[in-house]
Design a protein around this ligand. Sequence first.
Ligand code: NAD
Ligand code: MG
Length: 329
Amino acid sequence: MNKKIYQKEDAELDDIEGKIAVLGYGSQGHAHAQNLDNSGLDVVVGARKGGNSWQEAKKDGLEVKKIPKAVKESKHISILIPDEVQPEVYSEKIEPNIEENDTLIFAHGFNIHYNQIRPPENTDVVMVAPKGPGHLVRRTYEAGNGTPALFAIYQDFTNKAKQKALAYSKGIGCTRAGVLETTFKEETETDLFGEQVDLCGGVTELIKSTFETLVEEGYQPEVAYFESLHELKLIVDLIHESGLRGMWSSVSNTAEYGGLSRREKVIDENVKENMKEVLDEIQKGEFAREWILENQANLPSLEKLREKEKEHKIEEVGKELREIMPWLD
Ligand code: NAD
Ligand code: MG
């Protein structure tokens, strides 16, 4: 491999000396805080007093303080509250309490890349973004393994931003897998693009179209459900474990021939043109502007889209079928 993949030996925990505030104790927050603590680093969780996160972090044996206080007494501030609320919490509780040479650590580039948060020039601003949900970041760490991650440097005031980002990655266990350098721009734009056209948006539309086509042609909805949704996991697991070739070699020759010879009828060249339009909206900041306004208006469009998705027939059929397969949870 010619890409530099940073691993254990490329990072020193000592490079992140001083206290680390982990703000938020949700999916990523609980995992980062516990992993850093288990790695022997000095961690304080920043949360709202009396809230669920406050209680949870205490129960897990961690030191917990209100956000302003946690920030004030720390040298490194890991911002793991939801992206939509970060700008407000940043200006009210974080910014007034940061000092020269502090490190701001993000797990996603949105607010920095789209200028929703503008940190002072005398701080380091980095990103460490694990490529997996928080419970996996915690579970793999406990098992002695790690989740891969991306890291990026936006601002390097101390000339040590890179070592700090790598030390943080090591503290949460990611260098046990491998850490790859990116930029805030690349991480933000590719993350949005992937979730829109493939991971969340693309795959759900593919499932629904397969289901609808079968049901409209008179096939049983239950059969259509198994075919369009249930079996997808088995295929994706194979691809995840052994690539496209691994999957093709595991399915029947009929599936392989049918899939390879027919797929471009469905996902034709128009699809890539459409994807480029979606990417263009991301690159120009049009999607970000729309999403920021949507949040300011309290999510009216998202609520409508959620309702429409809930009413789809596949959800009704799926609920019934999953009830007879309770082991799926
Ligand atoms: P989450 O929703 O799971 O947790 C958010 C935490 O912030 C909770 O503890 C919540 O109580 C707290 N919180 C919410 N509003 C708050 C407020 N107004 N003031 C103080 N605390 C508040 O969030 P998450 O999914 O862990 O995301 C955190 C960051 O990690 C985001 O930048 C996200 O993009 C990034 N990220 C998430 C994942 C993932 O799989 N979930 C993966 C990679 C990166
Ligand atoms: Mg401080």
